[in-house]
Design a protein around this ligand. Structure first.
Ligand code: ADP
Ligand code: MG
Length: 625
């Protein structure tokens, strides 16, 4: 019989009432679990004292599973059964997975639904299952460390995660038997960890350079509430790319031929080690042994910095874009928070500091800061701090809308809208006597439905027959705090209604996990890229047209033949770039052309000022010759 616990008179009851809740950072490279203990949020170590759990799972034929560092040691030896960076596959269909190419070097099993299961010696594993295995390991660790059963967890996800990816994360938690108190965006968690929610109101930038991904988020603290103003970044840029650049350079220096996967993984591990040492040391010696051959190579921080500078610059360009999206200037950013192991690279810190013009927060371990913020939030949501009124808001990453006639998208909730949110819009029937309406819910920025991601379809039936355009159907979109969407359609004269909870076209049914990933999705990231491309093209066009216009007015007057020809060439160069699809090249072309036309622009200005002083209008001048 279990003994009843009785508190001593005068002893606080708090320890018995304190509910055990954790924050989980389910990372691409590493995962962590944290909890508030005696009023302080701390990450929880495993029995060996390690806090970071490598997000690696190895499946063995006997059915055993290894998770974490143990599994990672087999990454080169047993690559196909050792799953790394599974977060990249979450909520994605085969098409997208194939597009990942080398980054996902597994054998995939796709069937009619296009499910990207990973073939392992222990059977096909879905990404959701792999994530669940990581979560289970973290929960086990937490329950050991805290000495009790968890009431729930706050799990963090990137701010840009779409419905499918969020749902996949929730499904993984469900398989691992964890109650999800809330999905929280990673940047918001980091800001909370620094207590910025208690600080001065204003704009906060969260720069997160992890292992495989880069995210920049612009938040605003307003009346104690966090809003995400914009998110940006690069889902294929992170510490792994620094490793790759260094590994390739090392192979070149040592004239090593990278003839197979295991050599390349071995070199990557070496490069990672060198990189991490170089965060503290000015130079490092790498010892490499391949078969019979032994090599030694000294790498300096200076050499490393030169190799990775283009990658770091790329993150800074994304910061600039995110600020533009948020419509704020770098000088308006009050606080900069550094997240992710790769922000330990001194060059990264220096570039970020230079760009924002202020020192970033680095006091909390950048690996742990997200988990710590999640733990603080979990503590509040579990009810351990009933008086707290902390409210966190996220945004939706891509617009949500409906298909209308002609296969066009009508956006109901625009991207970067804070959640939770509900928006309604009225529609009407297209034909006389129409009694049903097909509702197709889509996500994306493009105008054509075929270019957007299809989320769900349902029908509203029983509309009383009326003339076309007479029925009034109100469609309401509602996104809850976890970023999940519900859609309701109601015919207002008759009151008939129909609704759907939009899970992506897969989900945990009562059937097996095998039913989970049914649909293949268009690439949400692609939509974002396409949008970025269009924006740059528009900017390029604006510059080209304005220069051509100006040249036709006063080009002959203000430039000599050589100069005119030169500028003509520069314009042609940008025209060519603009017609291509390389966003960065266009961006660079725009600044090149602006620079090339600087002199002309200033001559124009001088000339026009002079003429204006003489009492002539600028237009007159253009025609006067
Ligand atoms: P994720 O969020 O993708 O799981 P993390 O935030 O855990 O990633 O960051 C992992 C990355 O940080 C890896 O690429 C790792 O090599 C890098 N990293 C860890 N420590 C250092 C260090 N001291 N110097 C440079 N990079 C580091
Ligand atoms: Mg991370």
């Amino acid at each position: 019989m279990a003994l009843l616990q009785i508190a001593e008179p005068g002893q606080s009851e708090a320890p018995h009432q304190h509910k055990l809740a954790v924050g989980i950072d389910l990372g691409t490279t590493n995962s962590l679990v944290a909890s508030v203990k005696s009023g302080e949020a701390v990450t929880l170590p495993d029995f060996k004292g390690e806090h970071l759990l490598p997000s690696v799972v190895r499946y063995m034929p006997c059915g055993n599973i290894q998770v974490g560092a143990e599994a990672r040691t087999f990454a080169s030896e047993d690559p196909y059964n050792t799953i790394i960076s599974v977060k990249r596959l979450m909520g994605r269909g085969s098409e997208e997975v194939n597009a990942l190419g080398d980054e996902a070097p597994y054998h995939f099993e796709s069937n009619d639904g296009g499910m990207p299961y990973i073939k392992t010696t222990a059977g096909a594993k879905s990404p959701v299952q792999v994530s669940a295995d990581i979560l289970e390991s973290l929960v086990f660790r937490a329950e050991e460390a805290l000495g009790g059963e968890l009431v729930g967890a706050v799990i963090t996800v990137p701010a840009y995660f779409d419905d499918a990816q969020r749902q996949a994360t929730k499904d993984a938690a469900k398989i691992a038997n964890i109650k999800v108190l809330r999905l929280l965006s990673e940047p918001t968690a980091a800001a909370v960890a620094y207590g910025l929610d208690q600080g001065k109101e204003g704009v906060i930038a969260v720069y997160d350079l992890g292992g495989g991904t880069f995210d920049i988020s612009i938040l605003r603290l307003n009346k104690g509430v966090f809003e995400v103003l914009s998110t940006g970044g690069d889902s294929a840029l992170g510490g792994d790319d620094l490793d790759l650049a260094l590994a390739q350079w090392m192979a070149e220096q040592l004239q090593i031929e990278v003839s197979d996967n295991s050599i390349s993984r071995y070199l990557l591990e070496k490069a990672k080690w060198v990189k991490e040492q170089l965060s503290d040391a000015d130079e490092v010696e790498a010892l490499i042994s391949l078969g019979e051959e032994n090599y030694s190579l000294t790498v300096t921080r200076h050499q490393f910095d030169a190799l990775v500078l283009p990658l770091v610059k790329k993150t800074i360009r994304a910061c600039r874009r995110a600020l533009k999206d948020a419509a704020v200037d770098a000088v308006d950013v009050l606080e900069v928070v550094m997240v992710g192991g790769s922000t330990r690279v001194p060059l990264v810190r220096a570039e970020v500091q230079a760009f924002f013009g202020r020192e970033p927060h680095i006091k909390i371990d950048p690996d742990r800061v997200v988990a710590i913020g999640a733990a603080i939030q979990a503590d509040v949501l579990a009810g351990n701090k009933p008086d707290s009124d902390m409210l966190l808001l996220d945004v939706i990453p891509l617009s949500l809308g409906l298909e209308t006639m002609g296969g066009l998208t009508e956006k109901i909730i625009h991207r970067n809208t804070s959640i939770p949110v509900a928006r309604a819009q009225e529609f009407t029937t297209y034909q006389d006597g129409q009694t049903a309406m097909a509702i197709h819910v889509v996500q994306g920025e493009r105008e054509l439905v075929s270019d957007c991601r299809s989320l769900a379809r349902f029908e509203l039936r029983g509309i009383p027959p009326m003339a076309a355009g007479a029925a009034k159907i109100r469609v309401t979109f509602q996104v809850d705090a976890d970023g999940l969407l519900g859609v309701e359609a109601k015919e207002l004269t008759s009151g008939v209604e129909s609704r759907i909870q939009v899970k992506p076209s897969y989900g945990l049914g009562d059937a097996e996990i095998a039913e989970m990933l049914k649909a293949s999705y268009l690439n949400a990231a692609e939509d974002k890229d396409a949008r970025a491309l269009r924006e740059q093209q528009v900017e390029a066009d604006r510059l080209i047209v304005s220069l051509k216009d100006a040249l036709s007015v006063d080009g002959e007057k203000l430039l000599n033949a050589d100069e005119r020809e030169q500028l003509g060439w520069e314009i042609e160069k940008l025209v060519v770039l603009r017609n291509g699809s390389d966003v960065i090249a266009i961006e660079q072309g725009i600044s090149a052309l602006s620079k090339a036309s600087d002199e002309y622009a200033s001559r124009r200005m001088d000339f026009n000022i002079q003429k204006a002083l003489q009492g002539h209008s600028v237009d007159e001048l253009g025609e006067s010759k």
